[in-house]
Design a protein around this ligand. Structure first.
Ligand SMILES: Cc1cc2nc3c(=O)[nH]c(=O)nc-3n(C[C@H](O)[C@H](O)[C@H](O)COP(=O)(O)O)c2cc1C
Length: 316
């Protein structure tokens, strides 16, 4: 008998905040690990309060792994000290973020061309802290060769796991995630390797698990934002009829809406936040394009609520 796949929620800045993670946990409850979007030091050495809220224990109903985006050992120490102060035992280090604003400062995938910097980060992490660390990375900044020099370094440290998105940063999301590259890294790495990239449907998952035979750990981002039922379909083959699906989605939506409304400065901000989610969530509906278009047009709260009623009734 096959083991049940382990499914992690990918960190996504602006989307998988604590309101989202808690709602996902309450209404779907089929994710094994949740990661926070990255915490980063500002120029003055502080962490924005809006980001800090992500790790307040009272804001997290689920097991959550905070993620950090350090450029060097000093930043790693400051961020880790801060997070450990809230009682966390495991931290994920981001070596994946592909955006030039981040990589130019030597953060995220900007670390990948410098194995010596990665070595210093991990050496510092394990020598200074009695904590668990994991790493999330892309295959390189500019070239797929970069990961070759990184594998022997990762192998030297007792990392909990490595999460690999097998693209290089300069691709952003273009081209396909490279399964062959993932397999070749998996053969060389002596730590648990989690696959991440482009799983949007059960069919994608099935194709991917055939290509990566024996793979048990998966991290999914955009696929879960688009279809929050995806992890339970993958793990338990659980499919609902349309009416039940809509009922669960409506409760999930109302949970997001209610909790975002507690922190939104005004109606406009609340609508912007919800509309962001609908860019993905609309894919759970029969006509995603039309659904999202309706939401985008609803720039006032009363209109938004009318559109929601219409969308959920129309699908029955
Ligand atoms: C809007 C957005 C924000 C993201 N924020 C983060 C982040 O904070 N930390 C991180 O490691 N990856 C971040 N990612 C990358 C995702 O975690 C993930 O690696 C990527 O989307 C590929 O997985 P997917 O195809 O399942 O979405 C972000 C991606 C997007 C699209």
């Amino acid at each position: 008998m096959k083991d049940t796949p382990q499914i992690y929620l990918a960190p996504m800045q602006g989307f998988t905040d604590f309101v989202y993670r808690n709602a996902l946990h309450r209404h779907f409850n089929s994710i094994d690990k949740y990661f926070t979007p990255y915490l980063v030091l500002e120029n003055d050495g502080s962490v924005r309060n809006s980001k800090l809220k992500e790790i307040f224990p009272e804001n997290n109903d689920q097991v959550v792994i905070p993620q950090i985006l350090p450029a060097n050992e000093e930043e790693l120490v400051r961020l880790t000290d801060l997070i450990a102060g809230y009682g966390y035992h495991e931290i994920n280090i981001n070596m994946a973020c592909p955006y030039p604003m981040v990589t130019r400062r030597g953060r995220g995938a900007g670390l990948l061309p410098s194995p010596e910097k990665i070595e210093m980060l991990l050496k510092t992490a394990f020598s200074k802290f009695d904590l668990q660390f994991s790493v999330k990375l892309r295959a390189g900044l500019e070239s797929f060769q970069e990961i070759e020099a990184i594998i022997p370094i990762l192998n030297q440290y007792p990392l909990t796991e490595i999460i690999l998105h097998p693209r290089i940063a300069s691709q952003l999301y273009k081209g396909a995630a490279d399964k062959a590259l993932f397999r070749s890294v998996r053969d060389k790495i002596s730590l648990p390797l989690i696959y991440n990239g482009d799983i949007f449907t059960l069919n994608d998952f099935e194709i991917c698990s055939q290509e990566l035979e024996g793979q048990s750990g998966w991290m999914i981002g955009r696929g879960i934002l688009s279809d929050p039922f995806l992890p339970q379909k993958i793990k338990y083959g659980q499919e609902y009829d349309n009416a039940t699906k809509l009922k669960v989605l409506k409760a999930f939506h109302d949970d997001l809406f209610g909790n975002y409304s507690l922190s939104a400065a005004n109606d406009r901000q609340l609508i912007i936040k919800m509309t962001q989610h609908w860019e993905y969530l609309s894919h759970s509906f029969i006509d995603p394009h039309k659904t999202y278009k309706k939401i985008k047009k609803a720039t006032r709260l009363d209109r938004y609520q009318n559109v929601i009623t219409e969308i959920f009734n129309q699908q029955e």
